[in-house]
Write a protein that binds this ligand. Structure first.
Ligand code: ASP
Length: 291
């Protein structure tokens, strides 16, 4: 049994972009699936799927990420291997094309879990990641408009992620984001922090999207993984934690998750969260905007 789920963020998607977002997550899932189908690892699959979403300017990650209060892009990403609990992440990373791949290098080549700011960018350069400007004209124009308006519209979707199970029974999760638009420089969200926006164990893999400050406090991804390990189905585990977040903080989130048998969970409290999935065995394949 191999399985993969990908999401493109649970923020507010304008109607006109929903089909393109579904096409984008479908392409990203295909990139991850090619690896799993050829016998590759869950870790390679989630890295490839998330890198594909980072390359797509429609999504708030990598190229096309939102700008902070100073008009700069600061990128957050992490990746985690369920079988070893190895995890790597970067936060407030600047001018890199694929933060998830830098996160993976942190995991595989350092004794750190999370590198931040200028030191993370210096590490990326050391590792051969070229200088890359992720700012698109569209995001810049939006930033100009938004910073002057008192009443902000919340139409930028946030965060991309992937979870996968490979033929060896290993689970992995990866998550990447530009964070919240107009955020304070130096702000760290949930996505790079293991247990908050991203988590994987031998029995569960989770990637979440939503307001990071709340997920950091609830240890959202870890809470979902713990419920799956306790025997809940991925859907039930995600729904329970989503309900708790709603009750305690009044904030809706979106989650994709997977267990070691290849059962999938996709839950969102927002109106949509473009996502795509494939499961080998029963050959289930799909992509859609909302559950
Ligand atoms: N979780 C992301 C953050 O707070 C944003 C999002 O998913 O909407 O950085």
């Amino acid at each position: 049994m191999v399985a993969l789920v990908v999401h493109g963020g649970a923020g507010h998607w304008v109607e006109a972009e929903r089909d393109a977002a579904v096409a984008g997550v479908r392409r990203a899932a295909a990139a991850g699936w090619r690896i799993l189908d050829a016998g590759g690892t869950a870790l390679d699959a989630v890295a490839a799927a998330v890198a594909a979403l980072e390359d797509d300017p429609l999504f708030n990650a990598g190229r096309g990420a939102v700008l902070n209060a100073e008009g700069e892009v600061e990128l957050d990403a992490s990746i985690m291997a369920g079988d070893t609990l190895a995890s790597g992440g970067v936060t407030c990373l600047r001018r890199v094309k694929n933060p998830v791949l830098v996160a993976r290098r942190v995991m595989e080549t350092t004794d750190c879990v999370l590198l931040a700011g200028a030191a993370a960018t210096a590490f990326a350069r050391e590792q051969g990641f070229a200088d890359f400007d992720p700012v698109t004209d569209r995001r810049r124009a939006r930033w100009e408009a938004e910073r002057q308006s008192a009443a902000r519209d919340d139409s930028v979707p946030g965060t991309v992620g992937a979870v996968a199970l490979d033929a060896g029974g290993r689970l992995a999760a990866a998550t990447s984001t530009g964070g919240r638009e107009l955020k304070r420089p130096g702000r760290v969200g949930d996505s790079p922090v293991p247990g908050a926006g991203n988590y994987a164990t031998a029995q569960a893999a989770v990637s979440a999207t939503g307001w990071g400050e709340y997920m950091l406090r609830m240890a959202t991804a870890k809470a979902i993984a713990t419920r799956i390990e306790g025997g809940a189905t991925p859907d039930a585990a995600a729904a329970a934690v989503l309900a708790e977040m709603q009750r305690v903080f009044g904030t809706p989130i979106g989650v994709i998750c997977l267990d070691a048998r290849g059962a999938i969970g996709v839950v969102h409290g927002t109106e949509g969260m473009p996502h795509a999935w494939r499961v080998h065995g029963d050959r289930e394949v799909g992509a859609r905007f909302a559950v």
